[in-house]
Every structure is written in structure tokens, then in C-alpha cells.
Design a protein around this ligand. Sequence first.
Ligand SMILES: Nc1nc2c(ncn2[C@@H]2O[C@H](COP(=O)(O)OP(=O)(O)OP(=O)(O)O)[C@@H](O)[C@H]2O)c(=O)[nH]1
Length: 266
Amino acid sequence: MSSVFGKPRAGSGPQSAPLEVNLAILGRRGAGKSALTVKFLTKRFISEYDPNLEDTYSSEETVDHQPVHLRVMDTADLDTPRNCERYLNWAHAFLVVYSVDSRQSFEGSSSYLELLALHAKETQRSFPALLLGNKLDMAPYRQVTKAEGVALAGRFGCLFFEVSACLDFEHVQHVFHEAVREARRELEKSPLTRPLFISEDRALPHQAPLTARHGLASCTFNTLSTVSLKEMPTVAQAKLVTVKSSRAQSKRKAPTLTLLKGFKIF
Ligand SMILES: Nc1nc2c(ncn2[C@@H]2O[C@H](COP(=O)(O)OP(=O)(O)OP(=O)(O)O)[C@@H](O)[C@H]2O)c(=O)[nH]1
């Protein structure tokens, strides 16, 4: 194992297993979470998704010459944070997405950042979050200025980017890799144990209902005291999902893309 100034560097040796990073994509409906996730995983922009589906994808990445096993949870929270334990207790880092042409989605992203800040306070750990203003190609119809995005990110101490799921892949990839870097820095500071999946009807020990006290009423934290921690479900439980092709693709007679959700895409 190589070392930096005598300190072992996690996962850097040729024999070491890839670093495992779980990344949750949060944001209001329509912000472009699925489009960004699929762009990152396939380099393609697909314009229509089933908004009610939530799944976790897996991808082998190389970030700064280091292998990373990255899992990406494309959440489907409807309009506000809901049953947040499933990602709060699973992710090492978060991408909070809004759309630059929607003030509502920007306000939604602020609720997510607040939720993450509260979670960090309660658990006394820090969770890297990146704020993304998506749909940069819609800049002529902006409802949110770049300065507002910068200011919101500054309030919560997170990185900020404006991107577009339908423009260049490299920019989208850069953002996901930045999230990995942030997660890696945090993991090197305080290595976490294996990610845990918290069953929906149970809460973490001593986890008081964040939302009741902080006004995020729709994020339904349960208050049962019995702890029930499970490992993440295996990919074998994943379901097959068909993603409809966009109108533009249909015109080009491109085939409908079928994604096996929960499995590696390539
Ligand atoms: N112009 C443009 N449209 C985008 C972009 N990203 C997503 N869209 C469109 O915005 C709509 C919503 O995108 P989704 O990726 O489904 O958004 P989401 O946040 O996953 O929303 P839910 O699935 O409802 O949770 C779709 O019609 C996409 O084609 C983008 O960067 N530019």
C-alpha cells in the first residue's frame, strides 16, 4: 500500500479493493435527476422517465487513477423529502439538483440542503453535498440566477455547479467525480462501516424526528425505538425498467433504450 507522508492511503495499492462510494441524487420532481444519472452512466440524454421509479445503479469508475465502485441512487421523492432515512443513512455524498428554469425546484433544493444540515447536526458527522443547477441549456428561460445558486451553496458550505443533462458528458462526469472526491475526503477522515439500509418502519437509535422539530413535515422520520439495520438489498432484487425513447430519438428511429435498473449498465 502506498503512503502519503507515512500515512497509509486507503485503496491506493494495486491489491486493494476499489473504494465504495454511495451517492444519492436529491431534488424536486422534474429537476433532471434521472436525466443526469443516465447521462453520467450512459453518456446519453434520454428525455422521458417514469417519475415514480427509484433505483440504484452501479458503475466502476476511475477517479484520480483510483478505482471506485460507485452506486448512484436516483431518488423519487415526489415534491418534498419523504422517508429520508433510506438515503440519509446510506449515502456518503449527495447531489442536490434543481432546474435553472424553475424557481420552485430551487426552493425545493433549499429544503434538501436544510435536511442534510439537520442530519449532519444530529449525527455529528459531515456529509458532502454538491448543489447542481441543471438545464443550463435553458438559460434563456432562467428563473434562478447563477449568483443565487452560488449564494445558496455558500450558505450550506457546498460546491456549486451549473450543468445540463443534454449537453456535454464531460461536464456531467466532472460533477459526479467531484462528488466522489468529496466523499473520499470524508471517508479518509472518518471511515464509515459498510453502508446500511434502514428498514422503512424503523428508525436509527436515538434518532428523534428531525422534521417535527424543524418543520420539514413531509419527511417522515419514524420514532419507533427498536433498531432494525439491514444491509442494502442485493441487485438480484432489481427490476427491469423500460425507458421510453425521446421524440427526437424516435424521429431518428433509434431503438428504445432498456435499462436493467439496479444492475450495471455497461
Ligand atoms: N432541456 C433540458 N431538459 C432536461 C434536462 N434534464 C432533464 N430534462 C427534462 O426534464 C424533465 C424531467 O427530467 P427527469 O430527469 O425525469 O427529472 P427528475 O428530477 O428525475 O424528476 P422525477 O423523475 O419526476 O423525479 C424531462 O422531460 C427531461 O427530459 C436538461 O438538462 N435540459
